[in-house]
Design a protein around this ligand. Structure first.
Ligand SMILES: [Fe+2]
Ligand SMILES: [Fe+2]
Length: 193
């Protein structure tokens, strides 16, 4: 799906179902991080008017997702736990070339963002198909569609503004890197765990 090399083991959903409160807390913070990341990209690349426009809309959608998850948490009498670390994302972050020029840095951050959207989308799809809870199944189906759109936005801007960078080559390298990283995951009740 979306170019990913490895599919998540469907048994991950069984792990998730053992602790819905935990997956919702982790998920809420994923949405917060997605909103924060979009604002960081805007901050670093403010000269591109269309990028600023589209990423402002994207950041708002991520905040709406955060709010939607929080509403489900409240409705069910759960508590939003403290912010969770996302070690999958932290490992992916290491791929980014921090010493390059501004264009290279922008391309890497856009591709990093697209990759997280792609994997989140894959996880949401699996949840929507396998989770027994009908409300969550419908919810994750809706989010899957939204995150697939975000993936397209990030990839699109990487291609548009990455003129001097071989974006397709870099994306392929990231796909290979992600396939290595993800092998250690799929074992806990977190969105990327
Ligand atoms: Fe989202
Ligand atoms: Fe997203």
């Amino acid at each position: 799906m979306l170019g990913l090399k490895l599919a998540t083991d469907p048994r991950w959903v069984n792990i998730v179902e053992t602790n819905i409160e935990e997956i919702l807390t982790d998920h809420a913070w994923c949405e917060q991080k997605a909103a924060t990341n979009a604002i960081t990209i805007i901050t670093l690349n403010s000269e591109h008017e269309d990028l600023v426009t589209d990423l402002l809309a994207l950041a708002k959608e991520e905040l709406e997702h955060f709010e939607m998850v929080h509403e489900i948490i409240k409705k069910r009498g759960y508590k939003l736990g403290r912010e969770r670390k996302d070690s999958y994302v932290n490992e992916l972050y290491k791929f980014m070339n921090k010493g390059g020029n501004r264009v290279q840095s922008m391309v890497d951050r856009l591709l990093f963002s697209a990759m997280i959207e792609a994997r989140s989308c894959e996880r949401f799809k699996l949840l929507s198909q396998k989770i027994k809870d009908p409300e969550l199944s419908k919810f994750y189906h809706e989010l899957m569609i939204s995150e697939a759109g975000h993936y397209t936005t990030f990839i699109g801007f990487a291609r548009k503004y990455g003129q001097d960078v071989d974006v397709d080559k870099r994306w392929k390298e990231l796909i290979d890197f992600e396939a290595e990283v993800i092998q250690s995951y799929g074992k806990s009740e977190t969105i990327h765990g």
